[in-house]
Write a protein that binds this ligand. Sequence first.
Ligand SMILES: [Zn+2]
Length: 341
Amino acid sequence: MRALVVREFGGPLILEDVPVPRPKSDEVLLRVKACAVDQFDLTIRDGKFAMANKVPIILGHEIAGVVEAVGADVRSVSVGDRVTSTLYLTCGKCRYCLTGRETICTDFKGYVGIHTPGAYAEYTTIPEANLVRLPETISFADASVIANAIGTPYHALTRRARLQPGERIIVTGAGGGVGVHALQLARMMGAFVMAVDIGDEKLALARDLGADLVSDSSAGDFSAAARAWTNGEGADVVLELVGTKTFDASLKSLARGGRMVIVGSHTGTTLTTSPQAMIANEWEILGSRNVTKRELVEVVNLVAAGRIKPIVTGVYGLEEAEAVHQRLRKQEIIGRVVLEP
Ligand SMILES: [Zn+2]
């Protein structure tokens, strides 16, 4: 099969002919129909992710495809089923796995697309436990963005931020792959949304998707605009998809009693705040990690019903992946782009 292989960290994606992987007894062989491209792919190939310490790696964890063959112990899916997959390889036995919080599994086994061969290839193998079936009405390209780019903000807004109707939320990085879906979800949940990003094109899309206010963070601190928008009160929730770079302005934008949910951290490794400010304001600063399988089923249902629209702005072949990565590196990608191997 054709696959893009990372043979050295910091090196190129090499298009090779490699053997089709064989599924273990608890895995399926999947014919990959679409694989969305994620900023995380860059972190992995650059050798900047500690758990990815061994090459070769076939990237690709935002997957949609058709079950081609099943291992001997697989029961819940059959050959021909259309499926997508969660990203994490979890133990299925720890207290968090057993109580529906498997993204914080204590016996974490790794990642699809690092510790199993990913979907920058014509075929891949995935554990049965990770799979969620897709209805015919969702295209493979749209389906490939559901688990990560829609599922991640879904978990963050519903379970972590506990966003309520009528609340005001700021989404930083709102024009990126996660952001464009976060602001749709926030609108669907009845909140008012301020979208923060860089560049007219991303902010125009945010406005088209229903943002009540947009702000270009390259112009500096957006907290004054946030305060003006909320009659001086600040936002009830900030969804922080950028990290260190926007954290100070996000915190200055947060209302008393506000919740900040941190999902993205690609711009730095430290966040600084004062304990006195946290006490005085009763701020909640929360981490949010990916999406559970149960939530992924909910998100698939929302997409199938047309309540959330996957934003796919380009579809490319494997030979174009390197160019796509270069554009992603320069922050030029709006929404999500997808490879069709
Ligand atoms: Zn576990």
